[in-house]
Design a protein. Structure first.
Length: 487
């Protein structure tokens, strides 16, 4: 275990608390693994369905683009669900419809059924992913929030890779049924998980919050001073901002949400989400098979997709292990730089192909190598950090509202890149699309360097105070692991 994760007091309680928090983070992050299946299903299945004549070329933008549309709608629904039902129940209620939508995709008797199933699977992505990320952030210790918060991205990459591998050897209907069974695993995990203590405290359910904290910290007594200290700290922040919705009308709530101290982390999160999508990652995941086919490469498109997915998983795991040591800003800067450098060769490759360069066959390996290095860069930062940063820097009072808007914006950007990729290729060619992604990576470097603050090692309360310049943050020394704040 890395040195920074060694507990100050190697107590029985501390070790078990660590194991439990890892377990609940894994359970919630299953939502991202299933989301990876939604994203990557189209890569092996669209070319196969076209070959079989099940869909037409005119159907491709909709089969690929409907999940982001559904996810955008789902993200808007996610906010009130998280507010009134809680994070855990929000994740539980998506399980059956998510599984049913995948099953329908497997049995789909018509193109319309494929459209509807893809829209529904995307809708569940929009509901589940913000809830999963926020749930993990609110239930784990600050010392390991970076690594466990990045677990969502790791399982997303794992879901993408598994779908690429299965899609290369299985028919699309069988692949869909396997994904349907995977959704049920999310329900099993969350059934045994506790509710977020922060949400329980926010809704005045202190006894339940004590029970949840007792479980998460692996303590024997719910009246333990560590639990009381944590609850009082959260109450102090909530009282300071009059968070209880019964004490303020909705108009005042919205007026407060547009204060600069609240809008600054909101727009930082929005911008990071924009760069995550417009670096081109969703185009590569959704249309990797088509990209490799159009490149003219003689390397098997399924093998190329699997290699790209494997690289993403490996380097996402590496990023997860180093994020709490390296910090968020450095990883994002490294991520953008590697993506920028890797996109230039593939842009030049398609440029040469567009002008009819006769020896293009001698450099057919460039698309695969470029996308491998692109995936290395993306996995080290932008694959793991945007949702983690969002869950850290958003003010707790507006976390439900802002996270839903930001997730919807992210999904809208995903929709734009996926749906319009075939159209953009017709208009400006593959080279034009990839040059656009290259420019976005360059701009993201400038933005992160000058505007994004570092949040490594800070509690959610300390981060929130960073955006309140009139108040000084009181940084207290962490005691033992079992007495640290969970938030």
């Amino acid at each position: 275990m890395p040195e920074e994760f060694v507990l100050e007091k190697e107590t029985f309680e501390g070790k078990n608390a660590l194991k439990l928090q890892i377990a609940i983070a894994l359970a919630a992050s299953m939502a991202f693994m299933i989301s990876g299946g939604v994203r990557s299903w189209s890569s092996p299945c669209i070319p196969r369905l076209l070959e079989l004549g099940s869909i037409k070329n005119s159907d491709v933008p909709y089969v690929g683009g409907l999940p982001p549309v559904g996810a955008l709608l789902g993200a808007l629904v996610s906010a009130p669900l998280m507010q009134f039902l809680g994070r855990r129940k929000t994740l539980l209620i998506v399980v059956v419809p998510w599984s049913a939508a995948f099953a329908l995709l497997g049995f789909a008797p018509s193109t319309g059924a494929v459209y509807f199933a893809r829209l529904c699977t995307g809708f569940m992505v929009g509901v589940a992913t913000p809830a999963a990320q926020i749930y993990v952030a609110e239930c784990v210790n600050p010392k390991i929030r970076g690594i466990l918060g990045s677990l969502t991205a790791t399982l997303l990459a794992c879901g993408i890779l598994i779908t690429f591998i299965l899609g290369s050897v299985l028919e699309c209907d069988v692949l869909s049924w396997i994904l349907a069974s995977g959704a049920l695993l999310l329900g099993v995990g969350m059934y045994f998980a506790p509710e977020s203590p922060s949400w329980l405290i926010l809704h005045g359910r202190e006894n339940e919050a004590r029970a949840s904290l007792k479980l998460l910290k692996n303590l024997q007594d719910p009246s333990n001073p560590c639990i009381t200290e944590h609850i009082n700290k959260v109450k102090e922040i909530l009282t300071d901002r009059d968070t209880n919705s019964n004490q303020t009308n909705y108009t005042e709530y919205l007026k407060e949400s547009v204060k600069f101290q609240n809008l600054r982390p909101f727009f930082l999160s929005l911008t990071i989400m924009f760069f995550e999508e417009f670096c081109g990652i969703s185009t590569i995941i959704f249309h990797s098979g088509t990209i490799f086919k159009n490149s003219g490469s003689n390397i098997d498109r399924h093998l190329s997709s699997i290699v790209v997915g494997l690289v993403q998983l490996v380097f996402t795991c590496i990023a997860m292990l180093i994020v709490d040591k390296t910090g968020r800003r450095k990883l994002l800067l490294l991520s953008s730089s590697i993506m920028l450098i890797s996109l230039v060769p593939i842009s030049v490759y398609f440029q040469l192909k567009n002008v009819g360069y006769e020896s293009i066959g001698n450099i057919h390996w460039i698309p695969l190598v470029s996308l491998i290095f692109f995936m290395v860069g993306f996995s080290l930062g932008y694959n793991t950090l945007p949702y983690l940063i969002m869950s850290e820097i958003l003010p707790s009072k507006f976390r439900n509202l802002f996270s839903a808007i930001i997730a919807s914006f992210n999904l809208f950007c995903l929709f734009l890149t996926v749906f319009f990729y075939p159209i953009m290729v017709d208009l400006v060619g593959e080279h034009g699309v990839f040059w656009l992604y290259t420019m976005c990576c360059f701009i993201s470097i400038i933005f992160v360097y000058f505007f994004l603050p570092e949040t490594k090692g800070k509690s959610l309360e300390e981060i929130e105070m960073m955006f309140r310049p009139m108040k000084k943050v009181e940084v207290q020394e962490n005691k033992a692991f079992e007495c640290d704040a969970v938030m």
